[in-house]
Design a protein around this ligand. Structure first.
Ligand code: SF4
Ligand code: SF4
Length: 233
């Protein structure tokens, strides 16, 4: 059909009609909307991650594998209470508690975790266990590279979970005399939190030893402990 229009106008109108039909197809039909996704991504910069050579950063609150923490003097925070195991919906934690003694103290509490295991065949990294822990002994790291080629290797034991001994401290067990002589307030809570974090409303532990500190640093005659038995630390 000859409309008597110049060829340039006809070409322009043809492209305009094709463009409108394409736009209607890509935005108004299910099939078109499906096609539009790869079309859009074809024009974007690829985001291929070169893992594992270049691991991608995780978000600050990412839940990776667990760790068992220590106090600055090397004592273990875990008191073997098993609350983490009871909180776990996947039954992935096993804790075997034992009593601290005057000569062999692992934690400031009455008990410590003699055995501690997390089964990563079961764990769903939900974080309920770390919420349940009363001493912040159990926390989660940003490490997610825990794949293994056997089920046995996915059962992490206490020695794998326990953090390294802090600089200047030494490994457990300690003796009660050593712990008492340090005078640390292990359970001070807010009383030992830096004033910048609580607005200075609480006195520091050194100035106001809390009643709880007395449980850790017993008053009265020191227990009969042979310091030499503690070795060179
Ligand atoms: S992260 Fe969740 S599933 Fe894993 S051990 Fe803790 S509570 Fe259990
Ligand atoms: S990790 Fe925490 S909750 Fe679990 S046994 Fe130790 S102190 Fe208790």
């Amino acid at each position: 059909m000859d409309l008597g229009l110049p060829p340039a106008i006809v070409t322009l109108l043809t492209f305009a009609v094709i463009g409108v039909l394409l736009w209607l197809f890509l935005t108004r039909t299910v099939l078109g909307r499906g096609f539009s996704v790869p079309l859009r991504y074809m024009l974007r910069k690829p985001e291929t991650a070169q893992y594992p050579e270049e691991p991608r950063p995780v978000t600050p609150r990412f839940h990776g594998r667990h760790q068992l923490n220590r106090y600055p003097d090397g004592l273990e925070r875990c008191i073997g209470c098993e609350l983490c195991a009871w909180a776990c919906p996947a039954d992935a934690i096993y804790v075997q508690g034992a009593d601290n003694t005057l000569e062999r103290r692992y934690s400031p509490g009455e008990r410590f975790a003699e055995d501690y295991q997390i089964n990563y065949n079961r764990c769903i990294l939900c974080g309920l266990c770390i919420e349940a822990c009363p001493t912040r002994a159990l926390t989660m790291t940003h490490d997610y590279e825990i794949a293994a080629d056997s089920r046995q290797a996915l059962i992490w034991t206490k020695d794998q979970l326990l953090t390294p001994v802090p600089e200047g401290a030494y490994d457990t067990p300690h003796t009660d005399r050593e712990v008492r002589d340090r005078g640390l307030n292990y359970y001070g809570g807010l009383a030992v939190t830096p004033p910048t974090l609580h607005g200075g409303r609480f006195r520091p532990a050194a100035a106001a030893p809390s009643a709880r500190a007395g449980q850790v640093v017993p008053t009265g005659a020191p227990p009969s402990t042979d310091l030499a038995a503690g070795g060179d630390h």
